[in-house]
Design a protein around this ligand. Sequence first.
Ligand code: AMP
Ligand code: FE
Ligand code: FE
Ligand code: ZN
Length: 290
Amino acid sequence: MSYLDRGSVIDLHTHSDRSDGSEPPDVVVAQAARAGLDVVGLTDHDVISGWSEADRAGREHGVVVVPGIEISCNHHRISVHLLAYLPDGQDQALMEELARSRDSRDTRLRAMVDLLAADGYPVTYEEVLAVAGPEATLGRPHIADVLVRNGVYPRRDDAFVDVLASGSPYYVAYHVLDPVRMTELVVAAGGVPVLAHPFASSRGRTIDEGLVEQMALAGLAGLEVDHRDHGPEERDRAATLAERLGLLRTGSSDYHGTGKLNRLGENTTAPVVLEEILARATGSGLLGAV
Ligand code: AMP
Ligand code: FE
Ligand code: FE
Ligand code: ZN
């Protein structure tokens, strides 16, 4: 593969304003070029609407864009994020499931806003929609943005450790699939599933090895080992598990623009690993300057 060599810099997990990143897809790709990346994966939460814009920007800036999704899943009330690389964007079963999840996020967002407003927090559904933009997958980060704007907290992070935390009385769940079932759906759509930040305990409870084994049996291809939310012990644990189960090891920034401190390219994926992901994908082609 001519565009991939041993020195290629590859970051396979970023967000645009189609979910909870702060920049449009074309700006994320332009930033990727500026940061010296050769390959960038656009993986907005539960949505593929940024792919075509990222594609155009990739061609313009000479960056290969890997189309992906970070799919929200839930296992016994533990939140699990599944990265899906190069699935078929026309796959009906997968696209319907993502649409159902986005609808449920909308209902859930109204419920959370109602609970907060009833207790005097300055936030309305309309304000949250306005900060999120017309096409975004709605989530807690957008409520955080309104609370920051209205002076309740200095930064998104501060809202997440308080009223938006998963154990908070203002937290409301939304409909998503179990990660084993979602792994099967991604594989059926020709995509390559990689479990995002599996042991990131700062985000709440995490799953155990047994569930990862079940996901591996369902076709899981890799684990995101190198991620800011993993400390050295969590990286070791994930790397050991990946080796035992024969899974690929990826690393990425989980860039959210100004929404998080994560910087493009702060963790990267080896070119041989990307080659393997590309070889396994049968859903959609690569975007950008190939
Ligand atoms: P939701 O899917 O709506 O429940 O919200 C989860 C999202 O919030 C994830 O996509 C994270 O990117 C984001 N998130 C989680 N913790 C934080 C934090 N401490 N600061 C900013 N964003 C966060
Ligand atoms: Fe996010
Ligand atoms: Fe995530
Ligand atoms: Zn992410």
